[in-house]
Design a protein. Structure first.
Length: 702
């Protein structure tokens, strides 16, 4: 039988979906096939966005229609038939899963006290213990509930579960006052009696971003059309509303960070003033402007707005001020798969407040023997988080870097320094709705550091005739500036390349950081996360045509990198022939490199020359190299040249749907890593985690 957990609440708007996401992420770290089931769907017409959110998770491979039990209509008309159908449909989904999260109803229908009772009956009939989510906010006015309030709600709710014979696994108090978390948890614990007296209770703080609507959502709700601004900023959350139907001097003190500002369409003076205030460093960064009333802007005002070149979204509608403001206040935000900021914040809150290890123990989850890409990526974040390092990101002008930095800070993966002009970087982050308050923003033209770096660079490159004056220009390049930070211990590692070439990123490292004494050449590997295991490919990014000596060096470095990331190194030195079957200069190079690895590191398991199929497939290996300790089970694949390596990793990435993490540079005295210019936000997050792990392994700390 699969691992089962039923997540339910006693009322609506408890943030149950964010808790479900945290549970899904936790289970995915240990279990390969995780499923999701929604016993009661919101509607038979519209798709359930919460179910879609959970189904979009990388660990879930189920069809939407299979994961829905029944509609509210059937529950109301024939509860027994509904329960029978739910049990039947659940059984069909469970057969495809090793663990399954069952998400209770949302109280979006005209609910009654019997809704919790019916959820409890479902849980009992499915044999799923209940993770009970209690809301820390009053549904009528949104005010914070006291510990006493939570005690009373817990008493009533637990009694309802007991009556339906549903087992209680744990309680999460969600959306609570951040200053009262311990008191709220204690208040709930005081409501527990046998047999639930030892049930764990966790309290999660309220995060206004998670319940805030996006600008795009508000434009849809108010029937507004975008007339100016950056469409990328429509995904920013709006934290409040300001009705600016007054003179500008009265509007200015009312502006709020992240607010949507409603301006009457005929008050162009207020429109222009609000735009100027948004552009000013002394006023809050607002989320957008809605011009209401249906008034057309005069051509000269349109020209003025265009000349300001502000990315702030500006929209128009034909509604009155009251109707516009009312619709805004009635619009709730959704935790959806297309909202990466909310997604990251929800996971960070869950990780911070809920003991994931204890939850897995309660569910008696055993770790899977395989390693999926998701498991591997999470392992990277966990290892980096366990020994936090300081990483510098030189490309502060790239939105992907800023988004990745926000995730890294939220999930406490690393300390970060971002290079760029602080006012510009923080302004762009505010426009995107990103919180970089925990990051250090540093200008590459900082006079004190520029002078210090110039003197050090001139010393290092004195044999090339570099003067301090020349060096002062060189070190303002962000790649050189970041590399100097690592060299002088002001950061533990650097990640760059989102906007720059590989050569631009690693040239300063060759000049300044240099190779380790026991390594003759800097090379790279890709960590190839396949469906059930992780392989190491090298070199796929740096050395075009390595010599036998360099190839041996790459193999040894790659074995060390593999071990560093939990992969037992079994090294295959690849060629177009296996064993003694072939001849030629290319084969002899690989044969010689294999011998050098044996000589330099006799404890390593290495074989070559060997073809890829013989290295990876036990059946082929049994025929071609039956006595090899590596053939058929290789984990580290060393390619004879860059052409072969680069094409192979890309072929496997695309054809086998593998996650290629890298390139990971190896052989430098301190970790510097390169990004693809097409890197996604998650690629940047992974590379920073890898760099932090490399820095921790070297034992140095900035």
């Amino acid at each position: 039988m699969s691992t089962r957990i039923y997540i339910t609440s006693a009322e609506g708007h408890t943030g149950k979906s964010s808790v479900a996401l945290g549970v899904l992420e936790t289970l995915s770290r240990q279990i390969d096939r995780v499923g999701v089931f929604r016993p009661i769907a919101r509607s038979t017409v519209e798709r359930d966005y919460v179910l879609e959110l959970l189904l979009a998770h990388d660990s879930v491979a189920l069809d939407y229609d299979d994961c829905v039990g029944v509609s509210y209509e059937l529950v109301h008309s024939d509860p027994e038939a509904a329960l029978s159908q739910i049990v039947s449909r659940f059984a069909a989904v469970e057969r495809q899963c090793d663990a399954i999260i069952i998400l209770g109803s949302d109280y979006t229908d005209v609910s009654s006290p019997t809704e919790l009772a019916f959820n409890a009956r479902i849980a009992a009939n499915l044999g799923a213990p209940v993770l009970l989510v209690l809301g820390g906010r009053r549904p009528d006015d949104g005010g914070a509930r006291t510990p006493h309030d939570m005690h009373q709600i817990a008493e009533l709710t637990i009694a309802e579960l007991r009556t339906a014979h549903a087992g209680l696994l744990a309680i999460v108090a969600n959306r609570c006052d951040a200053d009262s978390l311990e008191d709220i948890a204690a208040g709930i614990r005081s409501a527990l009696i046998a047999p639930h007296a030892v049930v764990p209770v966790w309290a999660i703080a309220e995060d206004p971003v998670l319940v805030a609507p996006t600008v795009a959502g508000l434009l849809a709700a108010t029937e507004a059309t975008l007339i100016a601004g950056d469409t990328a900023l429509l995904e920013r959350e709006s934290i409040g509303v300001v009705v600016a139907a007054m003179s500008m001097e009265n509007v200015l003190p009312r502006l709020l960070e992240g607010a949507i500002v409603v301006v009457p369409g005929d008050r162009t003076d207020v429109l222009v003033g609000t735009l100027l205030a948004h552009s000013s460093a002394t006023f809050p960064s607002i989320a957008g402007i809605i011009l209401n009333g249906g008034f057309a802007l005069l051509p000269q005002i349109e020209r003025l707005i265009a000349g300001l070149n502000s990315p702030l979204p500006i929209a128009q509608n034909s509604l009155g001020t009251y109707d516009t403001a009312l619709r805004i206040t009635q619009t709730r935000g959704r935790l959806a798969a297309e909202s990466p900021r909310k997604y990251a914040r929800a996971l960070a809150l869950f990780e911070k407040h809920v003991d994931a290890t204890a939850l897995l123990q309660l569910l008696q989850v055993r770790p899977a023997e395989i390693v999926t890409p998701l498991m591997f990526e999470y392992g990277l974040l966990e290892r980096a988080r366990s020994d936090r390092r300081h990483i510098v990101l030189p490309e502060g002008g790239d939105d992907r870097i800023l988004r990745a930095a926000t995730i890294l800070l939220l999930r406490d993966v690393a300390e970060l320094t971002i290079l760029g002009e602080e006012a510009a970087v923080r302004a762009r982050a505010a426009e995107l709705g990103l919180d970089l308050s925990a990051a250090r923003i540093l200008s590459p033209f900082d006079p004190e550091l520029r002078q210090r770096f110039a003197e050090e660079y001139a010393r290092i490159r004195s044999h090339k005739g570099i003067t301090v004056l020349q060096a002062a220009d060189t070190v303002t390049d962000v790649s050189y500036f970041g590399t100097m930070m690592v060299h002088l211990g002001l950061a533990d590692g650097m990640v760059s390349g989102a906007q720059h070439t590989t050569a631009h990123t690693i040239r300063p490292a060759f000049e300044i950081i240099k190779t380790r004494p026991d390594v003759s050449v800097v090379s790279s590997v890709f960590l190839m996360a396949l469906a059930d295991r992780v392989l190491v490919y090298g070199d796929c990014a740096v050395i075009p045509d390595p010599t036998a000596e360099q190839l041996a060096d790459i193999a040894i470095s790659s074995a060390e990198t593999a071990a560093q990331f939990g992969v037992d190194p079994l090294i295959a030195m690849l060629s177009y022939s296996t064993g003694e079957s072939g001849a030629g200069a290319d084969v002899e190079k690989v044969r010689s490199a294999t011998a050098l690895v044996h000589e330099r590191r006799p404890e390593l398991l290495v074989d070559g020359p060997i073809q890829y199929d013989a290295a990876a497939d036990p059946t082929v290996a049994a025929a071609k190299m039956p006595n090899s300790p590596v053939a058929g089970r290789a984990t580290v694949f060393i390619f004879p040249d860059l052409n072969t390596g680069n094409n192979t990793y890309k072929a496997v990435q695309r054809s086998a749907n593998a996650v290629a993490i890298g390139p990971v540079l190896q052989g430098l005295n301190k970790p510097i890593n390169d990004l693809s210019r097409g890197a996604l936000v998650q690629d940047i997050v992974n590379t920073v985690a890898i760099t932090a792990i490399q820095a921790a392994s070297s034992g140095e700390h900035a």
